[in-house]
Ligand binder design. Structure first.
Ligand code: NCD
Ligand code: ZN
Length: 344
């Protein structure tokens, strides 16, 4: 049995670092483990300009105490009015690494998102031409579609035509949750990849109703049936270069989760590596973890692999019930549970 695993320093290809007091509370959890992180732009207001992204990046660096080993990679939030020239300039200047497409009203702070992908032609042609990745929250927003089906319907109705219309557009389907999404990404003759979160490897939809309503298991896309969890797990541990680590760590203060209308989002940053490792260990895939965590994402984005390493050892670690203080109290993923791996 392997009791010790050393991997190249990993990256988090999907994280919500928030702003203000919450940013100051959570950013260091990501910075101490990951070399880089793709920072989601769904602030209020969203990050839509070079100036906003540059200022946000500076606030992140302040929050991590100038931790020079950590690089936040910024994203541009797409709206119906996004300007292709601003996006291309931001990319050329090294401010924007990618663009994020939220279908309007699909998730937290997506009200300014895109109402009609067909109206984004100028942006999509530009991304395809300059090789800038499009990151997609892949759910339809049609309220007549069952919430558990919204990702699979998106793959069929929106993603498949998108890949046909823009054959060279680099796409990351974010936080996949279904067998349909995993199969599409694995098999498409297209430059496409997907991020996978720890919660979608460990939870099925029973977790939402386990002895009562469980707001801390609620995120979007919502966790699915067991068969989907297993399909997503097989994708993550398959060794395929198309699947890589993206925590979707999305902190909300405890009162916003434990509420009559609890926010979507799971805060997993403090124990993300330990949590992923539970899944890879259970599936006898520890040898595939380094590719998933530290190599596949960088290669897809065309970035160098990180220098340095992280070592994990088999040991019991208890996840605290609450993390943070003074108004930033957040209940972490798997609060109160014991994990089997610890970062050395
Ligand atoms: C995210 C958030 O809170 O910003 N929530 C979530 O459930 N994942 C938004 C998102 O990534 O959909
Ligand atoms: Zn997210």
């Amino acid at each position: 049995m392997t009791d010790r695993l050393t991997i190249r320093r990993p990256d988090d290809w999907h994280v919500h670092l928030r702003d203000g007091a919450m940013l100051n509370a959570v950013a260091r959890h990501t910075a101490r483990r990951f070399g880089r992180a793709i920072v989601m732009p769904n602030l209020t207001p969203p990050v839509t300009t070079i100036a906003a992204a540059t200022a946000y990046r500076a606030r992140i660096m302040t929050a991590v105490g100038g931790n020079s080993g950590f690089t936040p990679l910024m994203t541009c939030y797409l709206t119906d009015d996004s300007d292709p020239a601003e996006i291309a300039r931001g990319h050329a200047e090294g401010v924007f690494t990618a663009c994020k497409l939220y279908p309007a009203h699909a998730t937290t702070n997506s009200a300014h998102g895109v109402t009609d992908i067909d109206a984004l032609t100028g942006v999509l042609e530009t991304l395809q031409r300059i090789g800038m990745p499009l990151l997609i929250h892949g759910e339809v927003t049609d309220r007549s579609i069952d919430i558990f089906d919204r990702e699979a319907v998106f793959v069929e109705r929106t993603l498949a035509p998108l890949t046909r219309d823009y054959p060279a557009l680099k796409i990351v389907l974010e936080h996949i949750t279904t067998a349909e999404a995993a199969a599409f990404v694995a098999e498409a003759a297209h430059p496409i990849a997907a991020t996978i979160t720890p919660q979608h490897l460990l939870l099925n939809r029973n977790a939402l109703f386990d002895g009562g309503l469980r707001p801390h298991a609620y995120c979007l896309p919502v966790v699915k049936r067991e068969a989907h969890r297993l399909a997503v797990r097989r994708a993550a541990t398959s060794g395929s270069e198309r699947f890589f680590l993206g925590t979707d760590s999305a902190p909300h203060v405890v009162g916003a989760k434990e509420s009559g209308c609890g926010c979507a989002g799971i805060f997993n940053a403090p124990f993300a590596l330990e949590t992923y490792l539970r899944a890879f260990d259970e599936d006898d895939a520890l040898d595939r973890f380094e590719g998933f965590a530290s190599e596949h994402g960088a290669r897809f984005y065309g970035l160098p692999l990180n220098e340095g390493t992280v070592t994990l050892v088999r040991d019991a670690v208890v996840v605290p019930g609450v993390i943070g203080e003074g108004g930033t109290e957040v209940v972490p993923f798997l609060a109160g549970e014991t994990l089997g791996w610890r970062v050395e």
